[in-house]
Design a protein around this ligand. Structure first.
Ligand code: UDX
Length: 459
């Protein structure tokens, strides 16, 4: 099918690339001329595993091209709107980019078009889109508006698109539902040429959930808010473990064994960041207020999350006393591993706080340093972990990149002034680092005293 994707950000590029990968003829429209020029020369504006190879293959196969928004609007019978909906100062989602695309569609599209909102939008945006198109369209445009929220995670977006748990569509007509089912049928049947796994293991087919647009729009905000709530919950319990002398890793494991709870998103840490959870949470609270619903619960989720930065800074001060003039080795800047994204990254908030305390930051991140330099230019960016550890009073881990879990601890202990690790993600093994002479400080009460011998644990 000829499909257009408007907006070449995380969601737009992944959607365009993967729809081309499963056989559709895709035109990706981008209004930023610089970004468009880079894309046309094969350079991606973001780091996302596998995305470059999938885009390259799709372009070579003639199933993907890049151009202006106007060109894209005239191309596809289905038009996926994947533009940004950043937060406004009051927390509402900024929908002006969506409206701008709708105006171009109203002016330039003819014949039947299925217009699909894939950006994260507040409930009733689809209804507003319908009204806007109805009021501005040319006589020759016949259309449906549908919602099809994405649940992609940065760092695994290609995998999440091609092997989703569910595909949610919000429609007001059977025609729209049928078209979306046809668009996604290779993924629904899991009969795709998977670019990630040579022999792609058979998987459970994703659920194709058809509902109305309002419900579909709410599913997205509610899903992200629920996951954020789970993280704030485990961080709250982590603080109690610390105070009561229990082991958060074991507690998380214990509660996660209940299939009604599940083990995922129970990793304590310095808080959630990224371009989705913080803004979706705020937008969801604002939406609820507009409809007179009390979402105090989610305000608390946000408050607990913001306090993680304070907690981590206090933990570092407890270990190091005066920070003024001390060198700190900071490992990890991205809001999570496998991405170069630093938007709302807790690591940057912590670094800014440590700077105000007079600490000298020697930072390293495998992918996110270029972006971090634009945000915080006045710290030392290092070529690798060992350079960052030079004469450090402590090693502070803020993003759980895999490479930080397999370091040469011997070499590291020879570089630091004090062999102290403060693990803001509980991703290192206390026993391993302790066996190399490091003091280990994690989250959630896993103190040396509390450790019972492995022989007891494993029986
Ligand atoms: C999220 C949703 O997962 C995805 O479905 C949606 O489409 C977009 O938003 P993403 O922002 O890429 O994806 O990140 P995610 O992997 O969900 O992590 C979000 C934040 O929570 C990160 O800062 C991560 O470090 C933190 N996190 C995650 C925890 O602190 N603990 C956990 O157990 C899991």
């Amino acid at each position: 099918m000829k499909i257009s994707v408007i907006g070449a950000g995380y969601v737009g590029l992944t959607t365009a690339a993967c729809l081309a990968q499963i056989g559709h003829d895709v035109f990706c429209g981008e209004k930023d001329p610089e970004k468009l020029a880079r894309l046309r020369s094969g350079k991606l504006p973001i780091f996302e595993p596998h995305l470059d190879t999938v885009i390259d293959a799709a372009c070579k196969a003639g199933r993907l091209r890049f151009g202006s928004t106007e060109e894209a609007v005239e191309w596809g019978v289905a038009i996926f709107i994947c533009v940004g909906t950043p937060p406004l100062p009051n927390g509402d989602a900024d929908l002006h980019a969506i409206e701008a695309v709708a105006s171009i569609i109203a002016k330039r599209a003819t014949g039947y078009r299925l217009i699909v909102e894939k950006s994260t939008v507040p409930v009733q945006t689809g209804a507003q889109l319908r009204r806007h198109l109805g009021g501005h369209r040319t006589r020759s445009l016949d259309y449906d508006v549908a919602s099809n929220p994405e649940f992609l995670r940065e760092g695994t977006s290609v995998e999440d698109f091609l092997h989703p748990d569910r595909i949610v569509v919000g429609v007001e007509s059977a025609r729209a539902a049928d078209m979306l089912r046809e668009i996604y049928h290779p993924i629904i049947d899991q009969r795709i040429a998977c670019p990630l796994h040579a022999d792609c293991p058979p998987r459970k087919a994703p659920r194709f959930l058809v509902t109305d647009t309002n419900s579909s729009e709410l599913i997205k905000h509610a899903s992200n808010s629920f996951l954020a709530m789970k993280i704030s919950f485990i961080n709250m319990v982590s603080d109690l473990c610390e105070a009561a002398g229990a082991d958060i890793n074991k507690v998380a494991e214990g509660i996660g064994l209940d299939p009604r709870i599940g083990p995922s998103f129970l990793q304590p840490g310095i808080g959630f960041g990224g371009f989705c959870f913080p803004k979706d949470l705020q937008a969801f609270v604002r939406i609820a207020e507009k409809f007179g619903c009390d979402f105090t619960l989610l305000k608390e989720v946000e408050r607990i999350n913001q306090k993680r930065v304070d907690l981590m800074v206090e933990k570092i001060k407890t270990e190091l006393w005066v920070l003024r003039g001390k060198k700190l080795c900071v490992l990890g800047l991205a809001f999570k591993p496998n991405t170069d994204d630093i938007r709302f990254a807790p690591a940057l908030s912590i670094i800014r706080r440590l700077q105000t305390e007079g600490a000298q930051i020697q930072a390293y991140d495998p992918k996110a340093m270029d972006r971090a330099m634009q945000e915080i230019p006045d710290i030392t960016y290092c070529q690798n972990v060992y350079e960052a550890a030079q004469n450090a009073a402590a090693v502070v881990l803020l993003t759980e990149w895999k490479e930080f879990q397999n370091l040469d601890w011997e070499r590291l202990s020879g570089l630091v002034d004090r062999p102290l690790i403060i693990d803001g993600r509980n991703c290192l093994s206390r026993d391993v680092v302790a066996s190399h002479g490091f003091e280990y400080v994690g989250l959630g009460g896993i103190s040396a005293a509390a450790q019972i011998p492995a022989a007891v644990v494993n029986g």
